[in-house]
Design a protein around this ligand. Structure first.
Ligand SMILES: CC(C)(COP(=O)(O)OP(=O)(O)OC[C@H]1O[C@@H](n2cnc3c(N)ncnc32)[C@H](O)[C@@H]1OP(=O)(O)O)[C@@H](O)C(=O)NCCC(=O)NCCS
Length: 184
């Protein structure tokens, strides 16, 4: 399947709104929002003028199947957060995740020139083990105060920096960012 990350356009909003309210998406997210058409348009207008994020529709063979957001982009710290889902159930469990993630990392590392990728995820989400397989690590940040259905929020991280000093600094600053955290 040919996977492409396409920047969000106005035409995508209705699909994104529907997906984001679906049970098979909200159950993995921190929030279960009810989103009106007006809310979605306001969100779109806001993100279009926000240079700390990039929002994509995941396309498989030209069909829209999900959402991938790169958020909290900090060009000084060279860090960001990611959040995503496959909204179309027909495309889940087909082994597409690694390719989608590789495309996103290509954008994050080679286009945006960032080095630290963070993801906040509920602690029982099965995708965590796959992230560990592709090199992410537990950042030892756990937001015990942010709980959904008894699950805490953990932060896992991929850091492309090798210099220890810089790593330390990034972790400290990641901590700060986590407090700011990002309710996608
Ligand atoms: C995360 C998500 C995009 C992955 O898509 P996917 O279609 O399941 O991806 P894949 O088929 O490539 O599977 C990825 C891994 O999950 C495993 N997996 C797939 N479906 C699973 C299920 N129902 N239960 C447990 N593991 C599952 C696969 O075995 C694979 O593991 P491996 O690569 O370590 O062997 C999708 O499950 C999703 O949209 N989840 C809800 C949103 C979410 O959790 N987002 C991440 C936090 S923001």
């Amino acid at each position: 399947m040919n996977i492409v990350l396409k920047k969000i356009e106005k035409d995508d909003l209705e699909l994104l709104r529907k997906w984001r309210m679906q049970e098979n998406v909200t159950k993995y997210m921190l929030t279960d929002p009810i989103i009106s058409i007006e809310d979605e348009i306001n969100w779109y207008n806001k993100i279009m003028n926000d240079d700390t994020r990039e929002d994509y529709v995941i396309m498989a063979d030209n069909i829209r199947i999900g959402y991938y957001g790169i958020t909290n982009i900090d060009r000084n710290l060279k860090s960001c957060y990611i959040g995503f889902y496959i909204g179309d159930d027909n495309y889940r469990g087909k082994g597409l995740f690694k390719e989608i993630q590789a495309m996103a990392e290509d954008i994050i590392i080679n286009e945006l020139k960032l080095m630290s990728i963070n993801i906040e995820v509920l602690e029982n989400n099965p995708i965590i083990k796959t992230y560990y397989k592709i090199g992410f690590e537990n950042s030892n940040l756990i937001n015990r105060h942010i709980v959904k259905n008894g699950e805490s929020l953990v932060v896992i991280n991929l850091n492309k920096q090798t210099n220890k000093q810089t790593n330390k600094q990034t972790n400290k600053q990641t901590n700060k960012q986590t407090n700011k955290h990002n309710l996608y």
